[in-house]
Design a binder for this molecule. Structure first.
Ligand code: HEC
Length: 90
């Protein structure tokens, strides 16, 4: 029983799923909107030139606030912010 529950919880987060914008929005609203507002507002660094930089900042902010986001959470939120604000092509 214990093993099964663990498998159920961990498997989705390990799969290389496509970014989920709805999840990204939920995560953002829950943990980020209190500072960055809705719609997103930059708080200093506007110089994101690609999505890798953007995802590093998403990760840095989530680490700083000890949210324990997994790779999928970071990917979802990066894509969500990109479609809302940054519009980076790669
Ligand atoms: C307590 C307030 C606060 C929260 C909560 C917060 N941030 Fe930030 N964030 C900042 C500040 C301040 C900066 C600017 C840092 C700098 O210029 O060095 C920043 C910078 C950023 C940047 C770089 C681009 C920019 O706008 O300056 C991104 C992307 C970002 N945050 C995403 C997030 C995400 C995603 C979350 C949710 C996990 C989050 N932040 C939560 C305060 C916050």
């Amino acid at each position: 029983m214990r093993v099964k529950l663990f498998t159920l919880l961990i498997l989705p987060s390990l799969s290389w799923a496509a970014p989920n914008l709805a999840d990204g929005k939920l995560l953002y609203d829950e943990s980020c909107a209190k500072c960055h507002h809705t719609p997103y507002q930059s708080l200093g660094w506007n110089e994101m030139t690609n999505k890798i930089e953007l995802s590093h900042m998403v990760e840095a902010c989530s680490d700083y606030f000890q949210l324990e986001w997994n790779a999928q959470d970071i990917k979802d939120t990066t894509e969500f912010l990109n479609t809302e604000f940054f519009f980076l092509e790669k």
